[in-house]
Ligand binder design. Structure first.
Ligand code: MG
Ligand code: MG
Length: 628
């Protein structure tokens, strides 16, 4: 499987784009005419630059408004084509993309268009060039790949072929199975893009909202399966017009792009088609729980954090045999507190201050999970081991954190016994009845959200939920969840659009993205709340107005509402069940804990978020959030 990406997909000048594309491991690049025109080097130098990066120019584009023109425009169009051919030959590429005519003067007519393409094919053949025809979803007469294919078929010229673009086909809901009957040698290249489902003008949707396969809602996999059925084994080329990507980091976007293609290729291969050759990699890892969350803290802060964890019902159960690392446990929850000044934890502390910088997941096969992550472009993470330590497979997460992978079939299953000495915690505080981690909430800049989403869903057997807008009084936070069927993995991703939101403040002040809150599960939130109160744990105070509204909204019994109110418990309900939530105040720059009880409920209390955020802001305001 050969991968390519159009220069229009990422930010920077042509030089920066090519560097990022080569570094991400692509084989080829589509040169967009505007990227070339805005650059100062000659076509020959640009071609050399591409080849110096070890890349191939997969095509030059776009050539617009070609077919079906009346004279004298028709003759001029052919002259224009000859000049593009000159440029392509200097640059060193043999394929040009001709997109279907959008001109109001285009005459239409399948045979007229076929005749035009035959003549263009003759001219291209003299120079050893090829022409690929693509139906734009908004083309004047041709806006369906089946009609474009009919034109190519009737042109019947070896130098004329078809270009299929998943966006144009899928945005118009054209049956992808119509691709299965196209001969593979007539498909000159495949362009791929996904997009979120938004009901809007096709052109605007295409030019601003495309994203990488797997990041949006279009059935790109079904499209690719149909392509693979033809036996096509040429380039898969990303053509992504996205405002955020054009403003984002070229390196990060290029890595996402390559990851999306490899992941897509792997899915096609697993669906039983072998025309795509790509390196074998293990299947997506099955997650059966969160093994631990690790905090990096300063020695001076440990007693504050330890005391806080004890009031939450945790017990100090282990001390690392060779490092300043401690484990606190309750139910299936393991919280690791790392105060070791050396190693990655220390470095992470120096950069971000106190934070939950690492997460360990229980998977079916830890080494296989890491192998898959690395095949998808993730960076393997490791640190020198002390005698007696076991190596825990890990990769760098997207936001600079670490994702550890553990399985129950290796020594990793006994990590706590092997590496830690037991500690007898003589606290007299009450257990709170927390049983596990319901979800981990990570916060990042909005433009990075898709990167995180793709990272998790490509490596782990999990799916994404639709995006939800969380209204913070200071702006919008976009939230999307990565979760698996059994509910053993739930990660909420919160993309902050500006730094005045609670989420944005957290990113700005911790100098990066990361875990902003941990939600612990309990089977009885009222008992948990009572125990917390006995332990002196102050929960976040929710406005009384919330409860009046809640009672009316759900028709709750006043006595029940009073119980919720007495403990600052938030409530929600969906078709599947009930949800109860309570929160800690924020610590430091915005980290907090949540305790939830869910009975069948599938969401995350989005309707309550505005009340929670308002309460957290009241708490945080003295130390920095702007007053609204
Ligand atoms: Mg295209
Ligand atoms: Mg939550």
């Amino acid at each position: 499987m050969k991968t390519s990406i159009a220069t229009v997909s990422i930010s920077g000048d042509l030089k920066e784009k090519l560097q990022a594309i080569a570094k991400a491991g692509f084989d080829g690049v589509e040169i967009f005419e505007n990227d070339f025109l805005a650059f100062d080097e000659s076509p020959r130098q640009v071609g050399q630059m591409v080849r110096d990066h070890g890349l191939e120019i997969t095509l030059f584009q776009p050539f617009r408004d070609f077919e079906g023109m009346p004279e004298p425009l028709r003759s001029r169009t052919f002259d224009r084509a000859e000049r593009k051919f000159d440029l392509m030959q200097e640059m060193g590429t043999d394929l040009v993309l001709v997109c279907s005519n959008v001109s109001s003067v285009a005459l239409g007519g399948i045979d007229r268009a076929a005749a035009d393409f035959f003549e263009l094919g003759e001219r291209a053949a003299k120079r050893g060039l090829r022409v690929g025809y693509e139906a734009l979803a908004w083309g004047r007469h041709i806006h369906d790949h089946r009609d474009a294919w009919e034109i190519v078929r009737r042109a019947d010229h070896p130098n004329i072929g078809l270009i299929l673009d998943s966006f144009h086909t899928l945005s118009r809901k054209i049956d992808v199975n119509s691709i299965r009957s196209i001969p593979k040698e007539k498909i000159f290249i495949i362009q791929l893009a996904d997009a979120p489902l938004i009901d809007m003008d096709l052109l605007y949707w295409s030019r601003h909202f495309r994203n990488m396969p797997g990041e949006g809602d279009l059935p790109v996999l079904e499209f690719m399966k149909a392509v693979a059925a033809t036996g096509y084994d040429g380039y898969l080329s990303l053509e992504i017009f996205n405002d955020q990507f054009r403003g984002g980091s070229p390196t990060a976007i290029a890595v996402d792009g390559r990851r999306s293609l490899v992941y897509l290729g792997d899915q096609v291969r697993r669906a039983g088609n072998s025309s795509l050759t790509l390196p074998p990699m293990p299947a997506r890892a099955e997650v059966d729980g969160i093994a631990f969350i690790e905090f990096t803290v300063d020695e001076a802060e440990t007693s504050v954090l330890s005391d806080r964890l004890r009031t939450l019902g945790f017990r100090h159960v282990g001390h690392h045999k060779s490092k300043r690392v401690d484990v606190f446990r309750q139910g299936d929850i393991n919280l690791v507190v790392n105060t070791d000044p050396d190693g990655f934890a220390g470095a992470s502390y120096a950069l971000h201050g106190q934070s939950a910088y690492a997460m360990g997941l229980w998977v079916d096969d830890a080494e296989a999970a890491v192998a898959r992550a690395v095949a998808l472009g993730a960076e393997r993470f490791g640190q020198p081991l002390d005698p007696g330590e076991i190596e825990m497979p890990a990769v760098r997460g997207v936001g600079g954190g670490v994702l550890y992978l553990l399985d129950r079939k290796s020594a990793l299953a006994r990590i706590w016994e092997i590496e830690f000495d037991p500690v007898d915690d003589d606290t007299n505080l009450r257990p709170v009845g927390l049983t596990g981690i319901d979800h981990v909430a990570q916060t990042m800049k909005y433009e990075e959200l898709l990167t995180w989403l793709l990272f998790y869903t490509a490596i782990l057997n999990a799916h994404k939920t639709p995006m939800v807008d969380i209204i913070d009084p200071a702006g919008v936070v976009r939230s999307q969840v990565v979760e698996n069927e059994p509910g053993t993995l739930r990660i909420t991703l919160n993309g902050a659009e500006n730094r005045n939101t609670l989420a944005g403040h957290f990113i700005a002040e911790t100098f990066g993205s990361g875990i902003q809150h941990l939600a612990f599960a309990t089977d009885n939130i009222f008992a948990a709340a009572a125990a917390l109160s006995d332990n002196g744990f102050a929960t976040l105070v929710i406005s009384p107005n919330y409860y009046d509204d809640l009672e009316a909204r759900f028709g709750l019994e006043p006595a029940f509402t009073d119980r919720l109110k007495a403990h600052n418990i938030l409530y929600d309900r969906d078709d599947h069940g009930e949800y109860f939530q309570l929160y800690s105040p924020t610590y430091g720059e915005g980290f907090f804990f949540e305790i939830v009880q869910r009975s069948g409920y599938r969401g995350y209390g989005a309707a309550n978020a505005i009340f929670r955020i308002a309460a957290l802001r009241r708490h945080l305001r003295p130390i920095g959030l702007p007053k609204l």
